[in-house]
Design a protein around this ligand. Structure first.
Ligand code: HEC
Ligand code: HEC
Length: 503
């Protein structure tokens, strides 16, 4: 999706041309107040610090241009699409019929946090997706049993994405969850070990959700037929053991294993984002829309204008975002073009792009979606697989998959920018330590160099140098920091409350 709109400040000069005298009178007064407070010796920085506390109805601002806070009706409508207020529930899942089941989500939460399900009994999903770090781990390359090849993205908002992982090699959250369980660098176990633990430790919860109608005795008997450890993705020995298991029992193991993924998916779908300062800003703008629209029509009399101001627009807006942050917002959706990929309430289009972040020395060249789509086609747990709950003619996303083309080479899934200031380091292998480094890259990217023999088709490169000034870079960075949601200490699903395994 491309941005057709530019956010244009509603400038005073324009106002003056059309408005009745009463309006310019009010504006003059307001500006005099602004000027006065500017002269009273308060610095901008102090003002920004006290802005949150300053009482309503009192414009506690200084030398900035107030027109920065005035947006046209169409600008406001455009910005509304970025607010969490516009984010409904995650899209329906056709491949997981338990996606919205609350009991499944409760079981999923236990599985997500249980280190006892890993081989070393030290690793859970939360090891690398820790709620206090907005479900990331703060590392360049995640590690548990070993060091992984990539950095852990947040799972917040992942329920809205058709693809999982940086290269989109999974097509659902339930299928994704099965990856780390068997990954030698992560939970390092096998599906047989996992299923045995699941059906022993969580027998009652599992049966309550998935209603297998197998007596405990039958389950015990089935488990007793299984080797200690086996998987088609395991070591050579584990693979041999897997192939020795009879087909019906393999099917049962895979079904149970998939159900664990479906429970963890149901859990992750419950994770909600509290509103950030940016969302508050857009929501105030939306509420004030009428008054601002009237401003546009220049039909306000003096009483109406002061009412418009009091009803929130300007004063409240200045209390929520500083002028620098608003400047950054305007750059984000305008000149800096970030919103062409980072759009919608989660600030991502969930599509794949090559922005040429430098490869980490020592790691393989990043092929991104190019290799991700190949892995996806071969994956045994997709929407099209027998473990999926989708009807045979469904799964359009998998049926109309783009499988080749230079634009896939080095293309990675646009990540969410929600809580971005809290989830350093950045990019798929943590190449950038901080937001400043990210912005320097966007400002002057170095297109990646590929081995042409390996990749004859020239990779597609998706960004252009921005040539922003130092001040603009600073403003953009400040804006990104307004996207942080407060940690919801009491939200049961986040699990930030002292974890109670019985709850
Ligand atoms: C050792 C650390 C580690 C563990 C343990 C781990 N993850 Fe991850 N997770 C990662 C890394 C690294 C990635 C990105 C890998 C990639 O894209 O190649 C990732 C990606 C994801 C994603 C994709 C998000 C997106 O936007 O694409 C989800 C969802 C996720 N993990 C959930 C889980 C669940 C559920 C578990 C437990 C079953 C789990 N993770 C266990 C490190 C870990
Ligand atoms: C062409 C699409 C596109 C545009 C335009 C774009 N981004 Fe990105 N952004 C991406 C992709 C894809 C990634 C992941 C790339 C990677 O990991 O190598 C990313 C990663 C990021 C990250 C790191 C996220 C993380 O969790 O590691 C930040 C921060 C970011 N972008 C901010 C911005 C800003 C600010 C702008 C505007 C100056 C911008 N982006 C413009 C697609 C885009």
């Amino acid at each position: 999706m491309m941005l057709a709109l530019k956010i244009i400040p509603f400038v005073l000069v324009k106002l003056k041309k059309t408005v009745p005298n009463s309006l310019s009178y009010v504006l003059t007064i307001t500006f005099s107040i602004l000027l006065l407070s500017a002269c009273s010796g308060e610095s901008d920085v102090e003002n920004q610090a006290t802005k949150q506390q300053s009482s309503k109805g009192e414009l506690k601002s200084t030398s900035f241009d107030k027109s920065l806070y005035l947006f046209t009706e169409s600008d406001i409508r455009f910005l509304q699409r970025f607010s969490l207020s516009q984010l409904g529930p995650p899209p329906d899942s056709i491949s997981n019929k338990f996606a919205n089941d609350e009991q499944a989500a409760m079981l999923g939460k236990k599985l997500f946090f249980d280190v006892g399900l890993s081989r070393d009994k030290k690793t859970s999903c939360a090891t690398c997706h820790a709620p206090e770090l907005y479900f990331t781990d703060g590392l360049k390359l995640s590690k548990a049993a070993g060091v992984t090849a990539r950095s852990a993205p947040t799972v917040l908002g992942a329920a809205y994405s058709p693809w999982q992982f940086w290269d989109g090699r999974k097509d659902s959250l339930w299928s994704q969850a099965l990856g780390p369980i068997e990954d030698a660098n992560e939970m390092n176990t096998t599906r047989v070990e996992y299923v045995r633990l699941l059906l022993t430790k969580y027998a009652a919860e599992y049966q309550a959700v998935f209603k297998e109608k197998l007596s405990d005795e039958v389950v015990r008997e089935k488990l007793s037929l299984l080797p200690a450890s086996a998987s088609p993705l395991g070591t050579e020995e584990e693979k041999i053991l897997w192939h020795q298991i009879s087909e019906p029992v393999q099917v049962w193991v895979n079904q149970t294993f998939s159900n664990a993924g479906k429970a963890m998916m149901a859990y992750q779908r419950r994770l909600e984002l509290p509103r950030s300062r940016f969302d508050q800003f857009v929501d105030i703008l939306s509420q004030a829309e009428l008054s601002q629209a009237k401003l546009n029509q220049a039909e306000l009399n003096q009483a109406e204008l002061s009412q418009a101001d009091q009803s929130g627009s300007l004063t409240a807006l200045t209390e929520v975002l500083t002028p620098e942050e608003v400047t950054g917002l305007r750059l984000f959706v305008g000149k800096a073009n970030c919103a062409s990929c980072h759009n919608g309430p989660l600030l991502t289009n969930f599509e794949f792009h090559n922005i040429g972040a430098p490869d980490r020395p020592g790691l393989d060249v990043e092929l991104g979606r190019y290799s991700g789509v190949k892995a996806l086609v071969e994956d045994e747990f997709t929407c099209l697989s027998r473990w999926s709950d989708a009807p045979p003619d469904a799964c359009e996303e998998m049926r109309f998959l783009k499988k080749s083309g230079p634009e896939l080479v080095g293309a990675l899934k646009t990540p969410t920018l929600r809580n971005i200031a809290m989830t350093a380091p950045y990019m798929q292998t943590g190449q950038f330590d901080n937001l400043r480094q990210v912005l320097i890259h966007y400002n002057q990217p170095t297109p990646p160099v590929y081995n042409r023999e390996q990749h004859p088709s020239r990779p597609h490169f998706d960004i252009l140098p921005l040539k922003l000034t130092e001040q603009e870079m600073q403003a953009l960075e400040s804006f990104l920091k307004t996207l942080t949601s407060p940690l919801p200490k009491k939200d049961h699903w986040w699990g930030l409350e002292p974890f109670n395994s019985e709850s």
